[in-house]
Write a protein that binds this ligand. Sequence first.
Ligand code: ZN
Length: 112
Amino acid sequence: MHESGIAYDIYATSKRAAEDNGAVKIKTIFVDVGAMAMMNPDQIEFMFETFVTDDPLFSEAKLVFTTVPPLAECTCGYSGSEIFVCPICGKLPHLVQGRGIFVKNIEIDVEE
Ligand SMILES: [Zn+2]
């Protein structure tokens, strides 16, 4: 069910961005998917299609997913890809990137 909420969020975010920019068609929606998000892009795409099916703005829209590698930061100053144990001090670092899914950019057609 999580995928459904995310798919709707992608739909709403790109629609708002398109309207703000006077788009007549959305061509491509670039979505960043965190490697730790545990989401199935196929499932998101499937749900997304159900939201946009009656919206002409999206009639040519396609989703392009990019996987974002995890990035952690620790209070000791460490920053890197070790997300479970800090290699410097051994504490649990804080995940700052790689969990979320969000619209990075959209490609649109605007009216001449
Ligand atoms: Zn540390």
